[in-house]
Design a protein around this ligand. Structure first.
Ligand code: ADP
Ligand code: MG
Length: 341
């Protein structure tokens, strides 16, 4: 008689989910750029107005969506990337939860234009606060463009808690760089209020790193020492900076299977390899990429968490230090005083 439990309407459920997935404009950029990569894009353009507050536009030349898929893409838990729990242990895509677009559409005004190359006409959809406002065929290039307008227009509390444009833009750039460092073979651009921030031509890893962090005067690329180790447990590659280029605010990046991660424990392994080579409170630049059996890590912890759990962390530690010590040794970066290890 007096039963009181009912299912929440989708728009409410989506808005609640959005609270976790979409915290600020940078989250939108991360999700849309990751989707573009999963769609096989070679070219990804991000255009922002007011640090993403009024407009976030992400355009790709990936495979596009069919008319039905374009509509389905906004449903919660709708994804083309996994179909069973077993797939979670063999993830090769950036996305898999099927939550991002549903969440974004719950808290913003979204326009989608998408076309597959086999279709003559593309699909245009307008959706705001989870309500589809229009859907019609239209002319557009192969690939996908998302226009995200007035983020949190219907969640005043969230909108109010956004930080200054400067801070929000800094978060956006952080996310953008983390992705660009993993995909040097893709062309990326980032434009804010008609000013170009990054224009990153397709290249290799070393040049991508140098392009982002170097400047005319410091010849960043030459100060990067390559590491490359293959073991049964893990492959580790990337670049570490020479000890002389260590900084107080060093650029320190770990990636695993194409995702940025934070890993305080592995950071200590890196620092140990530089033992006695660094001036006080200076840290080395490093860009270290782990390739590992997806079944031995857990990326399914939380949509926005960047910490990743490894099965064999203690066994990986010495592989990291050995790889770095070897390359530092070759580059003659030895301490002036002899010591026992
Ligand atoms: P997920 O990425 O976890 O699958 P999303 O909500 O981010 O979930 O996207 C839902 C689906 O929409 C994706 O699985 C994909 O099939 C499709 N999609 C999203 N963005 C693009 C894009 N830029 N190009 C082609 N398909 C896309
Ligand atoms: Mg996604």
């Amino acid at each position: 008689m007096n039963d009181i439990i009912h299912l929440l309407p989708d728009s409410v459920a989506n808005q609640i989910a959005a609270g976790e997935v979409i915290q600020r404009p940078a989250s939108v950029i991360k999700e849309l750029v990751e989707n573009a990569i999963d769609a096989g894009a070679g070219n990804i353009q991000v255009v922002l107005k007011d640090a993403g507050r009024t407009l976030i536009q992400v355009t790709d030349d990936g495979k596009g969506m069919s008319e039905m898929d374009a509509r389905m893409a906004f449903e919660r838990h709708a994804t083309s990337k996994i179909s069973s729990a077993a797939d979670l242990f063999a993830l090769r895509t950036m996305g898999f939860r099927g939550e991002a677009l549903a969440s974004i559409a719950a808290v913003a005004q979204v326009e989608l234009r998408t076309r597959r190359k086999e279709d003559e006409l593309g699909t245009f959809i307008n959706i705001a606060g989870s309500q589809v406002e229009s859907q019609q065929p239209g002319n557009c290039p192969t690939g996908t463009s998302f226009f995200i307008k007035n983020l949190f227009f219907n969640v005043p509390a969230r909108r109010k808690f956004l930080k200054s444009n400067e801070t929000e833009l800094r978060h956006i750039i952080t996310e953008f760089i983390r992705i660009a460092l993993v995909y040097p073979e893709l062309h990326f651009s980032l434009t804010h209020n008609d000013t170009e921030i990054y224009e990153l031509a397709a290249t290799n890893r070393r040049q991508r790193i140098a392009h982002i962090f170097g400047n005319k005067n410091n010849n960043f690329s030459r100060q990067l020492l390559p590491i490359d180790t293959t073991t049964t447990l893990v492959n580790i590659s990337g670049y570490v900076g020479t000890p002389e280029t260590a900084l107080r605010n060093a650029n320190q990046y770990f990636f695993v299977n194409g995702r940025y991660m934070r890993h305080p424990y592995f950071h200590k392994a890196v620092m140990q390899a530089y033992d006695r080579l660094l001036a006080n409170d200076a840290g080395p630049n490093y860009f270290i990429y782990f390739d590992i059996d997806p079944g031995s890590i857990d990326v399914n912890i939380h949509p926005t968490k960047t910490e990743i759990k490894f099965e064999n962390e203690a066994a990986i530690w010495p592989i990291i230090t050995a790889a770095i010590k070897e390359v530092l040794g070759k580059s003659n970066a030895v301490p002036s005083i002899e010591f026992d290890v």
